[in-house]
Design a protein around this ligand. Sequence first.
Ligand SMILES: [Mg+2]
Length: 303
Amino acid sequence: MHQTKGLLIDMDGVIYRENQLLPKAADFIHHLIKTSTPFVFVTNNSAPTPEDLVVKLNHLGISGISARHFYTAAMNTAEFLAENHPCCTAFVMGDAGLTLALQKAGIPNDSIRPTYVVVGEGMQSTEKLSKAHELIEKGARLVATNPDNWCPVKKEVTRPGAGALAAYLEASTGQRAYFLGKPNPYMFQRARRLLQRHTEEVMMVGDTMETDIRGAIEVGMQACLVLTGSTRLEDLQNYVYQPTCVLEGVDELLEELRGTGTSSSRLQFLSRATTTAQKKPGAKHPDQRTEIAYPRPRPAMTK
Ligand SMILES: [Mg+2]
């Protein structure tokens, strides 16, 4: 924690949940601004633009941020395609965040012979799905902004994600999709570049094991799991990769950064996880924010 010089921060389940800020989230971000600690919000949601996200966080009570504080899976996808295939074109299935990111990267829309079919968030008509299917059959490659099969909407309510849409087209065409966004290392490396810090100086703060924690660990970053979102402490025993620290939420991380908290470590976390595992299944950990954590197990967010 002491070597951390920059932070990548997930939003849903870390900063807010259901349009409600999590405890001390605004203080946490304002502390980073005050101490000139570089940070970027990284999200797999490809629907909003960075400007949309500034407005959202402003409404929730976080001030002093601008579009440069956000890096979305849509921006990551646009950057990847422009870099790997400079003259490519795309048939896009997604919202403004994705279409604008591709436009900004100089990738034209193409519904006749696109290089890529790019799938993001948002429900699609059967006609559009059929068109995408047809274009992939003609040779377009299938790319998805992120692998999330479902996304949280509110407590116990989810919606299908870009991963589910990609799975539909994978099934119909027999072609495999390539996924950008978390946990793809390309997402983490590009977000890190914005911080102008070395990989080992950066810590990812997230609530989802399959995306936030997996990607950070695989790329060599510190990974801090917070329990205010989709992961319960007792779920950790199901994963090969483990966070480098686990905290109740960003309120606890704020205390750590201010130097007023008790230091968290993997060892400390492991002892707590063991204690929890000995309880009967479904028992609540005393530290767990059950009012905001999902009360029932959900399938893994990604394949
Ligand atoms: Mg999250």
